[in-house]
Write a protein that binds this ligand. Structure first.
Ligand code: G6P
Length: 467
């Protein structure tokens, strides 16, 4: 049986909450649970000499893992530096935040090559393996695998958005990035917009030719497509039902004193729009006296990428605005905004989501946003909450039934929050049914299967062509 080797920088750690791990870990774990898969990646540890460490193998929830450490310097240049101070802001359209240096660039290439070496060492002896590389930290890994004469099917999926040409071309050596991507057989994106931007970037860079959805580079044909990541809907619903019965959920419910709950669950990241979200909540309290003393907004925001300065400064700003809102509106027995940096297991989070009247998911830019889909799956069909979703999230291209808002328009968000809190049961049910139909049709298993099928087909066509 063919082996599927998944490669990503972050792998889910058994003792970590999902909130800080992001959508990749949750989505890929769900997709791999039904396949005979091997997942390779960084083990989250830093050592003096990473080259001395053979990958450590273990099994978690039926999936095989092979993980390895990075050195302090690799972490600084590859992870903090190039991945999160160059690519992450640029791909989220924040060119003002890009801090490029040649040293970071070289560190990124070096670690991508090291990932490739580790992967090449795990290909089974009969050679029968499909390799699936994930996300912006590993854009060049496929290229290095090809230089090591690995001719297996190699695919790439980008979990984050693709910026348009005028933003993309800010990246020094963007032509080289496109060249490296041309080593893959299949490249997948979250949305049609991302795919369109990618094809335009390829064309404008002059590196390769675009024919429909195919990129032609040096006689190689690279197949591209849209594969919106999703969740395991049944598992999420079961978790929510169980989570709602937990003592934490009960304590949360008691503490609300019968008032409605608004919930947000995000990594603490500037792309998530938390600052404007807090301002919108403040505006809601200012506008509507009926909400005063009654509504509670719970924002769970586990810390993320603490070594990156932008994240540290965002944390300070959020603490300030949260303190301001509570100082301004709290009474001796009511605190409107509960802002916490603790992460919780998924069952607890889903249980909290099920109790809430509004799910607030308002990123300024997001590849997909699986919290939006989890929120829908967690709801009680007889009394569902309302999803207030940013029109800048990839999920907005799919989730017909959500209330869509512009996350830059604080006043609009405040009005929409008010409307969501007042929405009739009939409308809530009607919207939820539409949303549920979408996530049930395209669930996580379909995502994984359709990508791997497209990848194997594309590689088979390459071999048939004698390439
Ligand atoms: C997003 C990215 C992932 C990343 C995750 C958590 O979901 O798409 O690639 O793993 O955030 O970020 P971190 O830097 O902690 O891995």
């Amino acid at each position: 049986m063919k082996q599927l080797i998944v490669v990503s920088n972050r792998v889910p750690s058994p003792d970590k909450d999902s909130g800080s791990q992001g959508g990749l870990a949750v989505g890929v774990m769900n997709a791999l649970s039904r396949t005979r898969g091997l997942w390779m990646g960084w083990n989250g540890q830093l050592v003096d000499d990473a080259e001395q460490h053979a990958p450590e193998s273990y099994e978690n929830e039926g999936v095989q893992f092979a993980t390895f450490p990075l050195t302090e310097q690799e972490h600084e240049l590859f992870y903090v530096g190039y991945s999160n101070e160059v690519l992450w802001p640029l791909f989220h359209y924040r060119s003002d935040m890009v801090e490029y240096s040649r040293e970071k660039d070289a560190g990124y290439q070096y670690v991508n090559e090291r990932f490739a070496r580790q992967v090449a060492g795990q290909i089974p002896e009969d050679g029968d393996a499909t390799i699936w590389v994930h996300d912006y930290q590993l854009l060049s890994t496929g290229h290095y695998l090809r230089t090591m004469n690995v001719e297996n099917p190699i695919g790439f999926f980008l979990h984050i958005p693709v910026p348009p040409w005028e933003v993309f071309r800010i990246l020094p050596h963007h032509e080289r990035m496109i060249e490296h991507l041309c080593a893959y057989d299949t490249i997948g994106f979250q949305t049609a917009t991302d795919l369109r931007h990618f094809l335009e970037n390829v064309e404008r860079s002059g590196v390769a030719i675009v024919e429909g959805n195919t990129v032609i580079y040096d006689h190689r044909r690279i197949n591209t497509g849209v594969f919106p990541i999703s969740i395991d809907v049944d598992t999420a619903r079961e978790m929510a039902e169980k989570g709602e019965q937990s003592s934490r959920s009960k304590r949360l419910k008691d503490s609300l004193q019968g008032g409605p709950l608004i919930i947000g669950v995000d990594r603490l990241d500037y792309s998530k729009g938390l600052y404007k979200r807090f301002q919108a909540f403040e505006q809601l309290l200012e506008n509507t006296h009926t909400r005063y003393g009654n509504v509670t907004y719970l924002q769970i925001a586990p810390l993320s990428r603490t070594g990156v300065e932008r994240y540290a400064s965002l944390r300070r700003e959020l603490e300030r605005v949260a303190g301001h809102v509570n100082g301004r509106f709290s009474t001796y027995d009511w605190m409107p905004l509960r802002y916490l940096n603790t992460g919780y297991d998924r069952e607890t989070l889903m249980g909290f989501m099920r109790q809430s009247r509004v799910g607030l998911v308002t990123p300024l830019r997001d590849g997909m946003n699986l919290v939006a889909k989890e929120y829908v799956a967690a709801q009680d069909p007889e009394d569902p909450g309302v999803l207030l979703l940013s029109n800048m999230a990839g999920a907005a291209e799919e989730l017909d039934g959500a209330m869509l808002c512009n996350p830059f328009d604080v006043e609009e968000m405040a009005d929409m929050l008010d409307a969501a809190l007042s929405m009739s049961l009939e409308e809530r049910k009607e919207r939820w049914q539409r949303l549920h139909r979408v996530i049930s049709t395209n669930d996580i298993h379909r995502w994984g299967e359709s990508f791997v099928t497209a990848l194997d087909q594309s590689a088979a066509a390459r071999h048939a062509d004698g390439q």
